[in-house]
Design a protein around this ligand. Structure first.
Ligand code: AMP
Length: 422
């Protein structure tokens, strides 16, 4: 996967190449396509994941699609950041990625004289990056008018709320035009942050990036074709044979996560499971034991893994493939930290073969096939109904008859959200 595959325009590709960036990070890969399509977005991502380029690149590209000059004090883009340091960094990113474009950006924050900022505003800026206090100040004095904002980015919402900016942010939002694109980022997503974000967004796409700064290219991915009933043996063999220090295993359901953790424990591998049916206490204990190295393997569902904050995961194992391809990128993005490479093993049984096709379509890469003693030819070559899971309580015959009945109807549109699977 390269930036060119994401349909990034030439002047931006040149800027990226100049920085030495050729491959998108997971959050860039997940966020850029929907943003180029004009979707709103909620991103859970810390600094260090490449999140700034994930919004700066598509915003610049979309601004290019409709060139127009910004009148004095009427920006097309507004980015709100909680601190002056972050605002300055974002400004630097607009300068770096936009170096071959002719947009004007300005960073404004308090604690310094407003004169030079006002002067710059009067010349017209396309992109305004601001901390809330100074922005409101200059708006109240009539130097800034938000009616022309097409793109509104709120960065580090969690910090913004912690720092007591909630009222200020609401005031800013109320001055924005209704028709706009909104992009919200937060390092963590509490109920409060989530509700706050959703109240300003329209049918947003959700993306999440863990700590990894590493692009998908530095994650060593392989696929293991295996029958469902050999998955346990394969997992045991991998853990016993390999140098797998801290392993995050993904299972499709809570029940399966429990079963896998139990199976591992019976085989003297220190493991625990986290999922929605576990109490907060149990989850915290499992996380603590995993972080401290007391347990080697944590088995999780996608939902439980959301937002978990663990460094140094050496291996991600997809015991079950996710039915949403975006979840695959979320999952494997949890391994591979700055400088260190990570490893992702994915098990694919016959009835998951179609999920693998969807994943490879999304990443535009064929995952290398691992050789192993439990290899299943049936899984590798499954097509049609055999490559899909059988819905619960239905036999293959019933499923086939249902499919025949619906033949001729258009395929249901796949949801554009990357959230499913969390
Ligand atoms: P951020 O999370 O936006 O603070 O970015 C973290 C660091 O990663 C910054 O120094 C970026 O310049 C860098 N970076 C952003 N995108 C990429 C990429 N695709 N490949 C390598 N480094 C990147």
């Amino acid at each position: 996967m390269s930036f060119a595959n994401l349909n990034i325009i030439d002047p931006l590709l040149r800027a990226l190449a100049k920085e030495g960036y050729t491959t998108p990070t997971p959050i860039q890969m997940l966020a850029i396509p929907p943003l180029l399509d004009g979707k709103d977005l909620v991103g859970i991502a810390q600094t260090g994941t490449g999140k700034t380029a994930a919004f700066v690149l598509p915003i610049l590209q979309r601004m290019m699609a409709e060139r127009k000059s910004s009148p004095p004090g009427v920006p097309r883009v507004l980015v709100l950041a909680p601190t002056r340091e972050l605002a300055a960094q974002i400004g630097q990113s607009f300068a770096t990625y936009g170096q071959f474009l002719r947009f004007r950006h300005l960073v404004i924050f308090g604690g310094v004289r407003q004169g030079p900022q006002v002067q710059m505003l009067s010349r017209g800026v396309d992109i305004l990056i601001a901390t809330p206090g100074r922005l409101l100040d200059l708006m109240n004095q009539g130097y800034i008018e938000l009616k022309g904002v097409e793109f509104f980015v709120l960065d580090e919402i969690d910090r913004m709320l912690d720092m007591g900016f909630i009222k200020d942010v609401r005031r800013v939002v109320s001055a924005l035009p209704k028709k706009r694109n909104s992009l919200f980022f937060s390092a963590t997503m509490s109920k409060q942050t989530g509700e706050f974000a959703e109240s300003f967004l329209c049918d947003p796409v959700h993306v999440e990036a863990a700590h990894s700064t590493c692009t998908l290219d530095c994650i060593d991915q392989s696929i293991f074709f295996v029958d469902q009933n050999s998955k346990n043996s394969l997992l045991l063999e991998l853990i016993r044979e390999g140098d797998m220090e801290r392993v995050l295993v993904f299972a499709r359901t809570k029940h399966r996560a429990d079963k896998v953790a139990l199976m591992l424990e019976k085989n003297r591998i220190r493991a625990d499971a986290i999922h929605g049916n576990k109490s907060q206490n149990q989850r915290e204990k499992a996380m603590h034991n995993f972080k401290s190295g007391h347990i080697q393997v944590l088995v999780a569902t996608d939902i439980a893994a959301r937002g978990i904050d663990i460094d140094d995961i050496t291996h991600v194992v997809n015991y079950d493939l996710p039915n949403e391809p975006e979840s695959y990128v979320h999952r494997i993005g949890r391994t591979g930290r700055a400088g260190a490479s990570g490893t992702a093993f994915s098990f694919c049984a016959a009835d998951e073969r179609s999920f693998l096709r969807d994943i490879e379509r999304l990443t535009r890469e064929q995952i290398k096939v691992a050789e192993h003693q439990f290899h299943s030819e049936k899984a590798e070559s499954a097509v049609g109904a055999a490559a899909k899971p059988v819905p619960p309580n239905r036999s293959r015959v019933t499923q086939r008859s249902i499919q025949t009945k619906s033949m001729g109807k258009p395929a249901p549109r796949r949801s554009h959200t990357a959230r499913v699977g969390y």
